[in-house]
Design a protein around this ligand. Structure first.
Ligand code: T1G
Ligand code: NAD
Length: 654
């Protein structure tokens, strides 16, 4: 392995460059290279200052997570950061891309920091079930206000270079050439006395006990059982009263405890799973076609969200609707989404104008004749979709790709109804499509490798988590959900009550229980889906009538104020004893002797149903790996991320 750390001398300034693709992770060779660079530049009497910069797309994006499962090899990152602080010459961190975790901690060990506009700087360790482990909790609140450091570390959310300049996290922003600006900046400090190391400075505006208690309460409520945000808050609270060295010792102790915890193992698993599932080895040699213009058919809930996603990815979008009234409504929905993004500061007004300028609309399919990729999001009706695809076949160019956003319909049947099935694919987005990262990419029996590869590339361009899935009713996520919903309904007849099942799921870490979620989606949606399956349902299969009975009482869920729960304010579920009575009466009607269930027994039953259906999906080649199932369930169905996913849990319990 060649040395990833290179030193060039430019007059009295040394340029130390890290080159460790893909993200300049702080692997052992990088850590050792930095330490030797400190020794070399300290010993070089011509050198009066040092710039630390990275090659490639980003500054150091953190410790090398791939090393976590192995024995730590010196120099350890905390020691590298301490060595930077103690360097004889001032070190200037020149930052671009992402300075995250250990990468930002290295920058905090430097004496100055300059970042390129658009850089993201953060300590996202809590997302991996950790807390900063190389001095971040001690140095950051000595550079910026404790309140700002507390927010960054407990949330794991990065800040932009602009914000970092405002808070004092960085000293300068480069709007042009980072290295050139870093050299110019270094020349302004080169004759100044080397600044005090952060670790000998006081904490900036410590938080009061009341402030810490209020913040910690909010964190505990939001983290729903995940340890790391709470431990981060506790560590920061304790560090306020400690000198830097004692603080570093406490931080390291809490970091190592979390690193050994199963929650961190699960969070690191899902981090890598989300990056592995989008790789399809069998199409490595496929050709990814260029995409610049997207046609969206149907500007309803989903079509508008998908169109907005494509516009935000700098694609040109043409919306097609069935009539001018629907078209106007569709365009309004898309514009409203972009406007909301601007109001939230995600895009500036100039970008908003540019993106809306990339949107065109029509009721005439001829206006998407040159589109590279067409996504239909019309009614969930096979005939309507077949009619749309027939119209598309007649006008689009031969290399255009046709995708359906169907939730349940048979993609093979839809593809077979077109002139060129090899260019038809399913893209199952999740609502709201411009926010949810997950998309299931449904490969039909005849889809070409190039079409599949191009679809995966489009999903990545939309910054989506693309999970390939085979054709079946419900693909991966809805199939797993149907399975555990069935198990939950059996539990209702066998002895549990809706609020008990929902409580068990929330205790496990779900944001919402299954029955509250059905009230949110609308009991009419579930009722229509069950009716659609009546004709093909196995008559010997146990069928639970409870949800049908509630629907037939005109209780549609939140949308009309009552479903499994009552909603006086339209959103807060209130336990309804009448529903309990209905459930108990159903058990009696079916002569089922009810037995009470603990929350653990309920969750064990639901997890077993998920794992069983997951095994079936794997055996049917609908899901390519257990990781694919876990990525879908964590990113589309509220499975607690720090539990890794149903297949991760099944493997751990085996
Ligand atoms: N270590 C090892 N590999 C990493 C990595 C890391 N920190 N970050 C990314 N990769 C790999 C990733 O698996 C993928 O590999 C490739 O790089 C591209 O990643 C002591 C202990 C930086 C925003 O949490 O957030 O420091 O699939 O597809 O979309 O306090 O990667 O190509 O083989 O995500 O452009 C803290 C994690 C670590 C940042 C880039 N740092 N990374 O996103 O590319 S803990 C993080 C990211 C720590 C210290 C503690 C993102 C990114 P492959 P990608 P991207
Ligand atoms: P919707 O009713 O909100 O929108 C459908 C749109 O299609 C309407 O604006 C309608 O005018 C338009 N349309 C109907 N026929 C058309 C035609 N022939 N030509 C052009 N436009 C036509 O529906 P939705 O919720 O956006 O769902 C659309 C598709 O996305 C369905 O297949 C649905 O199953 C799927 N889907 C929905 C969700 C969800 O949560 N809503 C999630 C994933 C997938």
């Amino acid at each position: 392995m060649s040395n990833p750390v290179h030193i060039d001398i430019d007059g009295t300034i040394a340029i130390v460059r890290i080159d460790n693709p893909p993200v300049n992770a702080l692997s052992q060779s990088v850590r050792a290279g930095i330490v030797s660079a400190i020794q070399e530049t300290d010993a070089n009497t011509n050198v009066r200052a040092v710039i630390l910069i990275c090659s490639g797309s980003t500054f150091m994006a953190g410790a090398d997570i791939k090393e976590f499962g192995k024995p730590a090899v010196p120099p350890l990152l905390p020691d590298v950061v301490a060595a930077l602080e103690a360097a004889q010459k001032p070190w200037v961190a020149a930052i671009h891309g992402n300075a995250l975790g250990g990468g930002l901690e290295v920058a905090l060990g430097c004496h100055y920091r300059i970042a390129q506009v658009g850089t993201m700087l953060g300590l996202p360790e809590v997302n991996l079930g950790l807390i900063p482990g190389a001095g971040g909790t001690v140095r950051l609140p000595r550079l910026i206000l404790m309140a700002d450091a507390f927010a960054m570390i407990t949330s794991g959310k990065p800040v932009t270079a602009a914000t970092a300049k405002l808070t004092g996290l960085i000293d300068a922003v480069s709007n042009t050439d980072l290295l050139r600006d870093a050299v110019a900046f270094t020349k302004t400090i080169i004759d100044l006395p080397k600044p005090l190391a952060l670790s000998v400075k006081p904490i900036k505006e410590p938080l009061t006990d009341d402030e810490i208690s209020a913040k910690s309460k909010a964190i505990t409520a939001k983290s729903r059982g995940q340890l790391s945000p709470k431990v981060a808050a506790e560590t920061l609270a304790a560090i306020q009263a400690l000198d830097a060295q004692s603080g570093l010792t406490l931080e390291r102790e809490n970091f190592l405890k979390l690193k050994a915890d199963e929650q961190s193992d699960a969070l690191r698993y899902i981090f890598f799973a989300e990056r592995s599932v989008s790789k399809i080895p069998s199409i490595k040699s496929a050709i990814t076609k260029p995409i610049s213009t997207i046609g969206i058919i149907g500007g309803g809930t989903m079509g508008a969200g998908i169109a907005a996603s494509c516009l935000l990815a700098n694609l040109n979008v043409t919306l097609i609707e069935r009539d001018t009234t629907s078209l106007e409504k569709g365009v309004d929905r898309i514009i409203a989404i972009l406007h909301a993004s601007m109001k939230r500061g995600l895009i500036d007004p100039a970008r908003y104008d540019a993106l809306t300028g990339n949107l065109s609309s029509s009721t005439d399919y001829i206006n998407i004749a040159d589109a590279d990729f067409i996504i239909e999001a019309v009614f969930e009706d096979m005939n309507v979709k077949k009619d749309v695809f027939a119209k598309l076949d007649a006008v689009v160019k031969p290399e255009a790709i046709l995708a359906s956003n169907t939730s349940y319909l048979d993609m093979n049947a839809l593809a077979a109804a077109t002139a060129h099935p090899e260019r038809v694919i399913g893209l199952h987005f999740f609502s709201p499509a411009h926010i949810m990262k997950l998309v299931e990419v449904i490969h039909t029996d005849h889809v070409s490798d190039d079409v599949l590869a191009t679809s995966m590339a489009l999903a990545k361009k939309l910054r989506k988590l693309a999970v390939p899935a085979g054709v079946c009713d419900g693909f991966i996520g809805n199939r797993i959900m149907s399975a555990y919903r069935r198990a939950a309904e059996y539990m209702l007849e066998d002895g549990a009550l809706p609020h008990q099942i929902d409580a068990a799921m929330k205790s496990y870490g779900f944001a919402m229980g299954l029955f509250e979620m059905q009230d949110l989606a609308g009991l009419d949606i579930g009722y229509a889906m069950r009716r659609r399956k009546d004709a093909t349902r196995d008559p010997n299969e146990r069928y639970v009538d409870i949800a049908d009975k509630i629907y037939r009482m005109d209780r549609l869920g939140r949308k009309n104020g009552a479903g499994f729960y009552i909603y006086e304010d339209g959103k807060t579920p209130i336990h309804d004893p009448d529903i309990d009575a209905l459930v108990i009466a159903e058990s009696k009607r079916k002569n089922i002797a009810r037995t009470s269930m603990t929350e653990v027994e309920i969750m064990d039953g639901l997890l077993a149903a998920m794992a069983d259906e997951g095994a079936a999906l794997l055996s049917e080649n609908i899901a390519a790996s257990p990781e694919a199932i876990d990525v879908v369930m964590v990113n589309g169905y509220g499975f607690p991320r720090w539990r890794g996913g149903p297949m991760y849990q099944f493997k751990r319990s085996a």
